[in-house]
Design a protein around this ligand. Structure first.
Ligand code: FES
Length: 164
């Protein structure tokens, strides 16, 4: 049974890798291809796994160290798998002065994870962000595309229940 599971997981992995390879076909050989390539890989996997970065290195003939340098420089790339729901806590000035830190701490304690990590069940990733342009609603969080404003830390359990 274990071998069957392993076999299916391997098939899935090679299918995904094949899809990633196809995505790279159009940009291969073009100038400035690395960032678009990383975007494509992230759209296939949801993050940038090592095996896919090795593929980018081979396909675009760019050293792997350079690829890791670029991938870790830009905050929109992730080297770790993300959760099903991304919770972004705004720590911009307006939100910060209205208690965003308390909101972040409450989320962290409710989910049992630190900022920048993902729950073990893969359901939530908790991250801090800069101003999202909704300062009038400070303090603000976003869960995926939905904005929650004028929050107090007491609102957090109710909001999380919507996603459980
Ligand atoms: S500072 Fe938080 S939305 Fe602008």
């Amino acid at each position: 049974m274990e071998n069957v599971k392993k076999c299916c997981a391997n098939q899935q992995t090679s299918k995904t890798l094949l899809k990633a390879k196809e995505e790279l076909r159009d940009i291969k050989g073009k100038e400035g291809a690395l960032i678009p390539a990383l975007h494509k890989i992230q759209s296939v996997y949801g993050y940038l796994p090592e095996e896919a970065l090795m593929l980018v290195s081979e396909e675009l003939d760019i050293p792997i160290t350079q690829i890791y340098g670029v991938a870790s420089f830009y905050s929109f790339f992730s080297l770790e798998p993300k959760g099903q729901h991304i919770i972004s806590v705004c720590l911009g000035t307006a939100c910060y002065v209205k208690g965003a830190q308390n909101i972040l701490e409450r989320l962290s304690s409710e989910l049992g994870i630190e900022e920048g990590s993902t729950t073990e069940d893969g359901k939530f990733t908790l991250q801090a962000t800069r101003c999202i342009g909704a300062c009038g609603l400070a303090p603000v969080i976003m869960i995926d595309e939905k904005v929650y404003g004028k929050l107090s830390s007491h609102d957090i359990p109710k909001i999380l229940r919507e996603y459980k």
